[in-house]
Ligand binder design. Structure first.
Ligand code: AMP
Length: 493
């Protein structure tokens, strides 16, 4: 994405709006610190000599972040050096250590996306013994070799055997339910994005935080920053973002979705008709869905961001939008097209079958397997098993069927009438598989802050990685229900 120096100021402006909004809902935040897990990624140069790096890396490396004047509202437990460390293990370790050492001062915790925060908790699950040893002795593990990180951590680290005993006692307990409120007892909320595909992490966050408010403060992208949530304590399902009209020139392409069939196409530049259909920010209609189109100061012209938004209401006259989905995530075997929202809803329905067994879905992704004839949908599920009752195969088969029943009419038609789609397959993968997937994406250049588990995978090495960790697989035992009347209607789309 092209960007320019002045864009950092615009982005800083949006950041500066977050805490004043937040303080209207939660008082006293200036009396303590935020424990945020923030990361940078190493940068590359384009052949023309420009720096290429993720947007957040640019921001954290900029003077806007590094040299921010003291402000009780941007007072973080992580010293800048730990955030700016390019080694993700050292960065995470040192940020966690500093967060633990200052546990009483922490009033809010977070990361950019929910997935990043959960990754931090998992890191703690794996490494708490080392961290406790460091807290006890006031020294840093030798694996942390970056001198600036060591120096910065030493400024906050003192031998504290009492705290080490406390952290060890909590981490040693079998259940990690409420671990956030146990280790950081003054935490008032968890600041992470849980809208869009991130919504599937809500149960895990609720579990770790004992139901603390989950706060989605902003909506942004590499192309440009968009807006803020003016009602941050609302339920995640009700979050809406108010676009800040000075961030870019915003236009909206109406989206028409019929009967669950997704008529959204793969991103491409706007054709003449679409250019004429564009609506200005002042003209959007309540309840209507739109694709977001931006013209940015950095030079993108009528650029399709790839997100679908729904007008949820107005603040005075400023429209507020629900994030509906990222549109280019689709599964398709034949004429069926399944978008992220449908898949998410189907997964949510299917997961109910696991509840009696104390199992929850940690992560999932999907794949349109066209190597079989006919092709079929494959869902990869990673489960967290808390109960001791084994889950019988018939329950997984029920999950498969519920998934199919929940998918759109064109899909079910393909299954029942056209036989163009084979039975849906579920592959259960071993614990930690999705962490490996993330590690893999990071090794290829993804940024930890901006990484989102892909809800659909196509890249052969990733599919290989997933398949190498399958512990069992199941197929839908019969065809889902389908009413023929839908066929012609769907053909019109
Ligand atoms: P990136 O450019 O990699 O930072 O990704 C930007 C994309 O992340 C956006 O276009 C959205 O699809 C997604 N995203 C960013 N903020 C939010 C949010 N608050 N809720 C849901 N999705 C978001």
């Amino acid at each position: 994405m092209p960007t320019i120096e002045e864009e950092l100021e615009r982005r800083s402006l949006l950041y500066s709006l977050l805490m004043p909004v937040m303080s209207q809902s939660v008082q006293g935040l200036e009396k303590g610190k935020g424990m945020y897990f923030l990361f940078i990624k190493s940068e590359a140069k384009t052949p023309g000599g420009l720096v290429a790096r993720p947007v957040l890396t640019s921001y954290y490396k900029s003077s806007h972040f590094r040299e921010r004047p003291y402000d009780p509202y941007t007072n973080y437990t992580s010293p800048n050096e730990t955030i700016l460390c390019p080694d993700s293990y050292q960065s995470m370790y040192s940020q966690m250590l500093c967060g633990l050492v200052q546990n009483k001062e922490v009033l809010r915790v977070g990361a950019v996306f929910a997935s990043g925060f959960i990754r931090a908790i998992r890191f703690l699950e794996k490494h708490w013994t080392l961290l406790c040893r460091d807290i006890r002795t006031g020294t840093i593990d030798p694996q942390i070799t970056d001198p600036s990180v060591r120096e910065a951590v030493m400024r906050v680290l003192k031998p504290d055997p009492k705290l080490a005993d406390f952290v060890e006692g909590e981490c040693r307990k079998e259940s990690w339910q409420g671990i956030i409120t146990r280790l950081w007892p003054n935490t008032k909320y968890v600041d992470v994005i849980v809208t869009g595909t991130m919504s599937q992490y809500i149960p895990t966050l609720d579990y770790y935080s004992n139901g603390l408010p989950l706060v989605c403060t902003m909506y942004a992208s590499s192309e440009c920053y968009f807006g803020v949530n003016l009602n941050p304590l609302c339920k995640p399902s009700e979050v809406s973002y108010t676009l800040i009209p000075t961030m870019a020139y915003f236009e909206f392409l109406p989206v028409h979705r019929n009967n669950g069939t997704n008529s959204i196409s793969v991103p491409k530049s706007l054709n003449d008709k679409e250019q004429q259909d564009l609506v200005d920010l002042v003209d959007v209609k309540l309840g209507q869905e739109y694709e977001l189109v931006v013209t940015t100061y950095a030079g993108l012209y009528r650029y399709r961001v790839g997100d679908v938004l729904r007008v949820a209401g107005f603040k005075n006259k400023a429209p507020q939008f629900n994030f509906v989905c990222r549109k280019n995530v689709v599964l398709s075997i034949d004429s069926d097209k399944t978008d992220e929202v449908e898949l998410q809803a189907a997964v949510k329905n299917a997961v109910n079958h696991l509840m009696p067994f104390g199992a929850t879905l940690t992560e999932y992704t999907s794949y349109a397997d066209t190597t079989t004839i006919p092709g079929h949908y494959v869902l990869y599920w990673e489960l967290s098993l808390k109960g001791s009752t084994p889950i019988p195969p018939s329950v997984f088969e029920d999950c498969c069927l519920t998934l199919e029943e929940s998918l759109n009419s064109v899909y079910r038609q393909g299954r029942v009438s056209d036989k163009s789609i084979g039975p849906l397959e579920m592959k259960i993968v071993e614990s930690g598989t999705f962490d490996k997937l993330m590690d893999y994406a990071i090794s290829l250049g993804a940024s930890i802050n901006q990484y989102k588990t892909p809800r659909c995978v196509k890249f052969a090495p990733i599919i290989e990685l997933l398949n190498s960790r399958v512990v069992s697989n199941y197929f839908s035992p019969k065809c889902p229900k389908w009413i023929p009347g839908h066929k012609q209607w769907c053909n019109k789309n």
